[in-house]
Each structure stands twice: as structure tokens, then as C-alpha cells.
Design a protein around this ligand. Structure first.
Ligand code: GLC
Length: 780
């Protein structure tokens, strides 16, 4: 592969990010402070080190690894496979009649990464082999793992007993990791450089070359988990070995884990539990469409990616390598909206953390660690460490307006309402949550503060101020104005008004309806530019995203949000989305802005200082693409919605990896735009809001199955050649089997709905928990 294709293991506290070549790293809870194995990010060779299993032919001295790297055998003599699945990865090699498999996963209920290894002698003679595990331990905190080593190099140690290498960290006496196996090792190394040998790498470790470790452990230095076992395999014989990379000390965890997972039945059971965990989740929404790529992605990979962003947040990948901890306010709000039906508990946790990260002024803290707000007892044990920055106090992370992004908190309004719509938990609005700075309020009051903040922070045209940035981190308008934020404000106001109506809070319905009317008329009067909407104003009043400019004429978000928010009239909506189709479309998706900027202009912001065609300056930024899909669905143009959806679907780029390079099962943050020489190359997999939003756009707007406070909405917008599709949706304990037929070949419009044979209207009220309901929909 041209780049590392990665996967995520672990669904609770321990996580491993692993490549198709077994490169990668593990952490416990925090990728910044809880690192288990070391990674040399952005290094050469690619993705080192990793979680490696070496095999050695003890008769010839020849050796290889079960994953292609790190030994990197000649592919003419060796066959390698890697399979990434939902929370597991499997490496397979076939070399000189030895078939080997290494399955990696983290059981749901134990903080240990298991390597379930099978080795089979497919030849006709007896074979004498050795197997070695290898992981490199880390100094726990990314900062001290990569900066001054004058303390850390002497603060970590390894020791060996009972077949277990235990790694400790003197700074944090509660912190241990271990490597164990289901056998008594023949030799071991806890000291990295004794295993590798000086001036060698993971490609040719001296211990593997020699066929024996040197039983090293030491206090101080760099450490590893290398366990070695000699094997004799008769022709046709197969052997199964389990390695365990765990969190905790030998005494408290290591021995117990070694005992438990030395029984292969427990390994099988843990893997089965993981499978059921995902089956259960995925069964919350399954679709069957005439478009295979669409249902393959929706039923597995897109929702899996969306969950990954919610569970592990956005700071652990091979690009985000763990230097930041916590939550990005806007990213987390949006992520948490996409998978409430598959992971309500985690989404609720994120929502509460974000509510707590809201100031009493009504703005959210752009990037914050929820740990800061936890009471002392809940925090990790606190010992003052010599080289670690102290944990800030809440007051230290509240900087006032200077650091506020104008959109951050607005996203939370929709997310909270989606949470209630999905779960039916109306009482959630009345839960009391503290503000980040002072005081507390109900969830409902938090939402009002968010909406009020945007209403109060408007510029001289009546459009929301841009502040440090809006959704686009690189549009830094300060007191200038952002069309996108006014549209999001309008969208959030309407969502909130619906909630207030449902709760019977009439005074609020009135108050916020009148704010919404003002916002809408400001948008329609000020932002229309003749063919499309402008993107905003600089602080000196220059228009951004206007036909009059030579660069940055047309911005995607100004158009999609005009429509999605409901602020644009239908006529203008059609015109501006036509402009999007005409100027921003490419076969890899929609560009964020056109033409890209070539001249720095600090009144507009950092966007003008990014190379053309990259990231925010005219790349095909993925995250806004699904908003355009939603806009087209609202306009009823199902063919166009599908055209936009299809262009970016990773599945469709499976056969152009020489251009795309990145994983064809993951949305990436961006794809190089037409102004860049590498047009079509995708970068930054996994951690992007596009997964959640594409999932939301496809299920809620293309397939049109949405949940509301009081019912299930059915409002598809599909390509006209689709004759039929099916959705199975679980909602508030009941199951809905929905079959939609489209005999008239239309794109939008529902003629009739039958629920269990009876004619009904959308929204369909929630049915009894446990019931299985058949819904037949006829478009027309
Ligand atoms: C990155 C950020 C996200 C931002 C986007 C556009 O994806 O994580 O918060 O909205 O860039 O700037």
C-alpha cells in the first residue's frame, strides 16, 4: 500500500491504532497520558514500531514476521494478507510451507490486547521453529516520550517473573504494563536494545537472528516485551499461541490475565463477545439499497468510523498522534449526533461533557479536557511529576472571547435534541449540569444560552460574528461576519423551537421564533449575491465569496447551509446548489472553495496561507460534502444527492488507490483539490466529521428515515431509477422493517404508508417496545 491503512482495536478503555503492517501503538484511556506502546510518528520506515510476531526457522536461521513488515520478506516467495474488521485485525503469512495467523483484538471486559496466533506446518517434514513477540514500551506521556529524556530514561524499568515481563514507570507508581503468553518462554528480553542490537532495527533484531533473547531486564533505559518460544511442528501439525499485552501490574493483573487467556476457550469467548457487540450495534439500522457500495458502507464501515470518533475522540491516529487530549467542541458535538442509536451511553457521556464545557456566557471551550472538571476523587491519582505540565484548573482554560469559535456550541443544540428524539428521554432537558466557569443550569437552559450568545454576537450587517474562526478553522474573521454561522444559528433555533413546542414552553417558542425570523431576513437580505450566497464579511466590511472577487468566489458551506437551514427560498436554493454543482464538483467530491486563494490576506485568515488545493484552501474537504447531499435532498433532487454522495464514497475509490492512496473503507479529512498536482489523493483517515455526517445524510435524508420527538418520519429522496429499498431500524425498543417502493420512478414524495397493514401518516408514533412492525411505503 502507498500509505499505512489503519484500524482501531478496543471499544472501552484500551485502544490500539494498527496498520496493515502491524505498525502502531496502544494507549489506555488517553493517547496523551496513557501510552502503552511507543510509536515514532511520521518516521521512516513507515509506521514503526508495532506489535510484531517473528518466526524463525531454527534449522536454517531464516526469519520473517507474520505481518509483512518489519522483516519485509520478498513478496515473490511469501504471501501476506491483512484483514481489518470491526475492532480486530488479522495478519496472515505463508512462507516455506509455514502458514501463520496473528489475530489482534482487545476483549470488551479486559484491558489486554490478545494476539491469537496459529502456526501450521503445511510441509511434509518436521520443522523446528522459534516465535518471538515484540512491542516497544513507551514513557506513558507523549511529551516525555518525545522530548527531554534526562529524567525519563532513568525512570522506567522492566523485570521478569513467572513468564511475565512487567514494565513499570517510576514517576507513576500505579502505572504498569506487561507482556505475557500462554506458555513458559524459552528466553525473553525486557531491554529494547538488547533485543534489537545496536544500529539494528525491528527489521533485523539480533535476538531473532541469533535465535535467542538474552534474558535482559533493567531499571532505566528503553524497554520492550519480547517473549521467545521454541516450537517443533510435525508435518500437518498446527499450534495455537496466545500473547497478551496488558495494562496493570503482574501481581494485580498480569497473573490473572495470563491464567484466563491461557485457556483458548476464553480467547474464543472474548472474540465472540466482541462480534456480538458489533452485531448488536449494527442491527440498530441496516439498509438494503440497489447501490451495493452504499449499503456496504452504511451497514458497517461508516457507522464504525463514526463510533470510532465518538469513543476515542479525535486525537489518536497516525496523523493525530496523541499530542492533544480531550474534546474539540464542535467536532465532538457533531460526532455525537451520528451514532446515538448505536451507542446512546457514550453519546450521552460526550453530550454531558460538552454541556459542562459551556461557559455561562453561552460559548463553548474550543478544545478542553473533561478531566479538568472532574472532582478530585474522579481524577487519576495525582502525584506531582517532575517533567509533566500540571493539570490546569478550570479557570486556566477559560480565556474569554479571544479564543471563541463562533460555531462551536451551536452544534450542541441539534445533538441534544437528536439524543432526546432517539431515546425519548424528555427529562434530559431538565437535568442540571454545571457551567465551565460558574453556576449551573438545566440542559434546556444551556441550549438557550447558546442561542442567545449567537444572537448577541452579530456584526454590523446583522450576521453572526466570525470570531476566532467558524466551522472553517482557517477563516479568521474576528469582528467580521460569517454567513455559515448565521445559517447554523437559524437551523439550531428551529430545532430548539420544535423542542420548546413539544415541551409546551410557549414563551420560549415566541421569543426564539422572533429571533429566528430576524436571522432569516438578515440572511436573505444581506447574503444573496445574485447567483449564490456570500460566505461573509471581513472586519472592514469586504465581502467574502462573491462573484466580484477573483479568488475565493464561491464557498460550498455558504450554499449547502443556506438550504439545509431552511433560510433560503426554494428558488435561491436551487440556484446556489446549481452553482455548487457547476463550479465545485469533481469526480472525487465537492471542493470547499473555488478558486483557491493564492495571496495571503489576513483579514480573511489562515486559509489564504495554505497551499492551493490542500485542506481548507480549495481541497475537496470531506466533512462539508454530506451537507450538500442533505441540501439536494431538501430540494428533492435525488439524482444530484446521489451524484455528490457517490463521488466521495470511499468504496468507489477502491479501484484507484494509485490516486487515492488512503484506506478505501474510511472517509478522510480531505482529498487534494484540482489546484494541486496530486488531485485525488486522500489524506487523514478516520478522524473526520464526514463519517458521521455522511451516515446521517444518507440514512436521514437520502433514505429519509428520521426520528422525531413524537414519531418516525419517512421522507426519502432517492435516484429516480431506484425501484425499491429497505431499512430495518430499531427505535425506542421497537423494530421497524421498512420497505419503500418507487414504481413511478420519482425522486421524492410519499403517496401512502401502511403500518402493519393499516394506513397511517408520517410521523409514525413509537410502537410498543419489543414489537416488530412492518412499514410499507409507496412513493408517488
Ligand atoms: C478539521 C477540524 C474541524 C474543522 C475543520 C475545518 O477537521 O477538526 O473542527 O471544522 O477542520 O476547518
Amino acid at each position: 500500500m502507498p500509505v499505512s491503512w489503519t484500524n482501531y482495536l478496543g471499544v472501552r478503555d484500551m485502544c490500539t491504532v494498527i496498520s496493515h503492517n502491524a505498525g502502531g501503538y496502544s494507549f489506555y484511556k488517553s493517547a496523551e497520558h496513557g501510552r502503552i506502546t511507543r510509536f515514532r510518528p511520521n518516521g521512516v520506515p513507515l509506521d514503526r514500531p508495532g506489535h510484531y510476531a517473528y518466526l524463525r526457522d531454527d534449522e536454517t536461521g531464516d526469519y520473517w514476521s507474520i505481518s509483512w513488515q518489519p522483516v519485509g520478506k520478498d513478496l515473490k516467495q511469501t504471501t501476506y494478507q491483512c484483514r481489518h474488521g470491526l475492532s480486530y485485525s488479522k495478519f496472515i503469512s505463508d512462507y516455506l510451507d509455514i502458514h501463520a495467523e496473528q489475530l489482534l483484538f482487545i476483549p470488551i471486559h479486559d484491558d489486554v490486547e490478545l494476539w491469537d496466533i496459529v502456526i501450521k506446518n503445511n510441509g511434509s517434514r518436521l520443522r523446528k521453529l522459534s516465535i518471538f513477540s515484540y512491542v516497544e514500551f513507551s514513557f506513558q506521556h507523549i511529551e516525555i516520550d518525545n522530548q527531554s529524556f534526562q529524567m525519563s530514561l532513568y525512570a522506567s524499568g522492566s523485570n521478569y517473573q513467572d513468564g511475565i515481563i512487567e514494565y513499570d514507570f517510576f514517576y507513576e507508581p500505579w502505572n504498569y504494563h506487561f507482556m505475557a503468553a500462554n506458555f513458559e518462554p524459552d528466553s525473553y528480553d525486557g531491554v529494547r536494545d538488547r533485543f534489537l542490537g545496536n544500529y539494528r532495527t525491528e527489521t533485523n533484531p539480533i535476538a531473532v537472528e541469533r535465535g535467542k533473547c538474552c534474558n535482559s531486564t533493567e531499571l532505566g533505559g528503553n524497554h520492550c516485551g519480547a517473549l521467545h518460544k521454541r516450537l517443533i511442528l510435525e508435518p500437518g501439525e498446527e499450534i495455537r499461541l496466545i500473547f497478551m499485552l496488558g495494562v496493570g501490574s503482574r501481581a494485580e493483573k498480569g497473573r490473572l490475565i495470563k491464567k484466563k487467556y491461557s485457556d483458548p476457550n476464553n480467547v474464543d469467548q472474548a472474540f465472540q463477545e466482541l462480534k456480538s457487540y458489533w452485531h448488536q450495534k449494527l442491527s440498530a439500522l441496516q439498509v438494503k439499497t440497489p447501490h451495493q457500495g452504499m449499503y456496504t458502507m452504511l451497514n458497517t464501515w461508516t457507522i464504525y468510523q463514526a463510533e470510532t470518533c465518538v469513543v476515542w475522540s479525535r486525537f489518536a491516529s497516525f496523523i493525530e498522534v496523541g499530542g492533544r487530549t480531550g474534546l474539540g467542541y464542535r467536532d465532538t458535538s457533531q460526532d455525537a449526533m451520528s451514532c446515538i442509536h448505536t451507542n446512546p451511553a457514550k453519546c450521552k457521556q460526550r453530550i454531558l461533557e460538552l454541556l459542562n464545557g459551556l461557559t455561562s456566557m453561552g460559548y463553548g471551550l474550543h478544545l478542553f479536557d473533561p478531566e479538568v472538571f472532574k472532582s478530585k476523587e474522579e481524577k487519576l491519582p495525582g502525584v506531582k511529576l517532575p517533567t509533566i505540565k500540571p493539570m490546569p484548573k478550570p479557570a486556566d482554560i477559560i480565556h474569554g472571547l479571544e479564543d471563541v469559535c463562533s460555531d462551536d456550541a451551536l452544534w450542541l443544540v441539534a445533538t441534544v435534541c437528536e439524543y432526546v428524539k432517539e431515546t425519548g428521554d424528555m427529562a434530559f432537558f431538565d437535568e442540571v449540569v454545571p457551567y465551565a466557569d460558574k453556576g449551573e443550569g438545566t440542559v434546556y437552559e444551556h441550549l438557550k444560552k447558546i442561542l442567545d450568545f449567537s444572537a448577541e454576537h452579530i456584526g454590523r450587517h446583522g450576521i453572526c460574528q466570525g470570531l476566532r474562526a467558524d466551522w472553517n478553522d482557517c477563516l479568521n474573521l474576528g469582528g467580521g461576519e460569517s454567513a455559515m454561522v448565521s445559517f447554523i444559528h437559524y437551523w439550531s433555533l428551529n430545532i430548539f423551537i420544535e423542542a420548546a413546542q413539544y415541551l409546551g414552553r410557549d414563551a420560549d417558542v415566541q421569543k426564539y421564533s422572533s429571533i429566528a425570523a430576524k436571522v432569516k431576513s438578515a440572511c436573505e437580505e444581506i447574503l444573496w449575491d445574485g447567483k449564490w450566497y456570500i460566505r461573509g464579511f471581513t472586519k472592514t466590511g469586504r465581502k467574502i465569496g462573491t462573484q466580484e472577487s477573483s479568488e475565493g468566489k464561491l464557498f460550498l458551506n455558504g450554499q449547502s447551509w443556506a438550504v439545509y437551514s431552511g433560510a433560503a427560498s426554494e428558488e435561491r436554493g436551487r440556484m446556489c446548489m446549481d452553482a455548487v454543482n457547476e463550479h465545485l464538483f469533481s469526480r472525487f467530491g465537492l471542493h470547499l472553495v473555488w478558486p483557491a486563494y493564492s495571496q495571503p490576506d489576513d483579514e480573511i485568515g489562515y486559509i489564504t496561507r495554505v497551499y492551493k488545493g490542500i485542506k481548507e484552501n480549495g481541497s475537496i474537504f470531506s466533512h462539508p460534502n454530506p451537507w450538500a447531499v442533505i441540501a439536494e435532498c431538501i430540494l428533492g433532487r435525488g439524482d444530484r444527492a446521489m451524484k455528490f454522495y457517490d463521488a466521495m464514497l470511499p468504496y468507489n475509490q477502491n479501484d484507484m488507490i494509485e490516486i487515492r492512496e488512503a484506506e478505501p473503507y474510511s472517509y478522510c479529512q480531505f482529498i487534494m483539490g484540482k489546484d494541486h498536482s496530486a488531485h485525488g489523493r486522500a489524506r487523514h483517515p478516520w478522524l473526520t466529521g464526514s463519517a458521521g455526517w455522511f451516515y446521517f445524510a444518507a440514512t436521514n435524508y437520502m433514505l429519509g428515515i428520521r426520528v422525531n420527538f413524537n414519531g418516525l418520519m419517512i421522507d426519502p429522496c432517492i435516484p429516480k431509477e431506484w425501484q425499491e429499498f429497505e431499512v430495518q431500524r430499531k427505535w425506542r425498543g421497537a423494530t421497524y422493517k421498512i420497505i419503500v417502493k418507487n414504481p413511478e420512478c420519482i425522486m421524492k414524495g410519499v403517496k401512502s404508508i401502511r403500518l402493519n397493514g393499516k394506513k397511517v401518516e408520517s410521523p409514525i408514533p413509537p410502537q410498543k417496545a419489543g414489537s416488530v412492525n412492518e412499514i410499507k411505503v409507496l412513493m408517488g
